[in-house]
Design a protein around this ligand. Structure first.
Ligand code: NAD
Length: 434
């Protein structure tokens, strides 16, 4: 099938390369000329496991192309995905500017029947808005489909190639058949393609993110309670996660959820509900609990040093909002860095992938290091902000020898309290006692 993807970011590049992987001819479009130039040279602008080789393979085979020319890409292809950003507006709503701009550009390229697929996360009613906008700009035939994306950064390639389900929101039988065929190779193991109304599809995406984020906020609050009661959050987590009605995923306490989706999507859902006279108390509580959770490790640091951190050197391992990505959007490491800087701390930062993105924001306010060991050298404390695998089994003896004070604030519960104390560390975590 001939496919164009408008917007070649985290989602667009994975979708484009993933569709090329099953033999489709895919043109990825972006307004960012530098991004397209680099992609044509084989430089992948984001870190995502497995993505680079998939992009290279399909680019070299000629199935995956890159361009800045939306109109041409639309005219030459049948299925047009919109994978542009939907950032948070000032009032918490989803800002549809990029979606509507892209839709207007797409309209100019329609020369025969096209299926326009909304991949961006958009509020209920957006498919109808896109339909109306394009219909006002062209009299050529087209159909609009809502096809939300459920991939998670860090495992985006795997999630796209083997989705738990594919959701297709559509009122047009021909378009539904085309998109179902496009996805057929990805659901051969029996995972369903769920067809529904565009409104239901749009809401499904927000509902999924809201429920996942709520699980995280729930366990985060329980972890804080565990610290007060002397219960161990891992024991409680396993005790509840083994219940098949609850399940083990998204029950790992930490420093609060971040990333480019959960924070903005929960706010956008809440905004939609408010606009429609409905109060989503659970969603609001998940947002509030998350804001509070971001302060939990900073509070522990402040308490340990009796509020006097001026002149300390603190190592921070992890800047990305989660492991296996270079994405720092809404990363809980950022409020931590701000807190440390405000308190006169010198920060020695290390992250396997997210240092370039962090440098763009913090410039020379942080010292960036090339390994976990360089970062802790002569440090008064270490804070772990991202659960990268390479942090899990460091040479603790080496760390003990090089730190000025052996204090660890583990915002991701990577280690056992008892084991760390036995090694000689003063160890703080999130709800762990053993
Ligand atoms: P991103 O910022 O990484 O990429 C978006 C790309 O679109 C950018 O490269 C930008 O230059 C380009 N763009 C903007 N306007 C354009 C236009 N008019 N024409 C062509 N290109 C244009 O964003 P993302 O993380 O890929 O997210 C895209 C959408 O997918 C959002 O709605 C997001 O909520 C949703 N989503 C994201 C994820 C995720 O994990 N990142 C997962 C599921 C859904």
């Amino acid at each position: 099938m001939k496919v164009a993807v408008i917007g070649t970011g985290y989602v667009g590049l994975v979708v484009g390369a993933g569709l090329a992987e099953t033999g489709n001819s895919v043109t990825c479009v972006d307004i960012n000329e530098e991004r397209i130039r680099l992609l044509k040279e084989g430089v992948i602008p984001i870190f995502e496991p497995g993505l680079e080789s998939m992009v290279r393979r399909n680019f070299e085979s000629g199935r995956l192309k890159f361009t800045t020319d939306t109109v041409k890409a639309v005219s030459e292809n049948l299925v047009i995905f919109l994978a542009v950003p939907t950032p948070m507006g000032e009032d918490g709503s989803a800002d549809l500017k990029h979606v509507l701009d892209a839709a207007a550009e797409v309209a100019s390229g329609i020369n025969e029947f096209k299926v326009i697929v909304d991949k961006s996360t958009v509020p209920v009613g957006t498919a109808a808005k896109v339909q109306k906008l394009i219909a006002g700009l062209t009299d050529k035939p087209f159909a609009v489909v809502s096809n939300p994306e459920f991939l998670k950064e860090g495992n985006a390639v795997g999630d796209f190639l083997k989705p738990d389900r594919v959701v297709i929101g559509c009122d047009n039988a021909e378009a539904e058949t085309i998109i179902s065929e496009l996805y057929a190779p990805f659901v051969r193991t029996g995972h369903p393609i769920l067809t529904m109304s565009p409104q239901s599809a749009e809401l499904t995406k927000y509902a999924a993110n809201a429920l996942l984020a709520t699980k995280i906020s729930f366990i985060n609050e329980l972890a804080v309670l565990c610290d007060q009661l002397g219960a161990d959050v891992n024991e409680v987590r396993q005790g509840i996660g083994t219940d098949s009605r609850i399940g083990p995923n998204f029950l790992f306490p930490g420093m609060g959820f971040g990333g480019s989706c959960f924070p903005k999507d929960l706010r956008a859902l809440n905004y939609t509900a408010q606009q429609n006279g409905v109060e989503l108390r659970v969603v609001k509580a998940a947002i509030d609990a998350n804001e509070v959770q971001k302060n939990y490790i900073p509070q522990k640091i402040s308490k340990h040093f009796s509020g006097n951190m001026n002149g300390l050197t603190i190592a921070v391992w992890g800047l990305a909002f989660k492991a296996n990505t270079d994405d720092i959007r809404e990363s809980p490491a950022m409020p931590l860095l701000d807190f440390l800087l405000e308190n006169g701390v010198t920060i020695n930062a290390y992250d396997p992938q997210a240092m370039d993105a962090t440098k763009k924001i913090y410039k020379d306010q942080l010292n960036f290091h090339s390994s976990v060991y360089d970062a802790v050298d002569n440090a008064d404390a270490l804070v772990i902000a991202t659960e990268w695998n390479e942090f899990r089994h460091p040479d603790f003896e080496k760390i003990l020898r090089s730190m000025k004070q052996p204090i660890v604030f583990d915002g991701r519960n990577l280690f056992s309290t008892k084991a760390m104390e036995k090694l000689g560390f003063v160890y703080y975590s999130v709800g762990q006692q053993i």
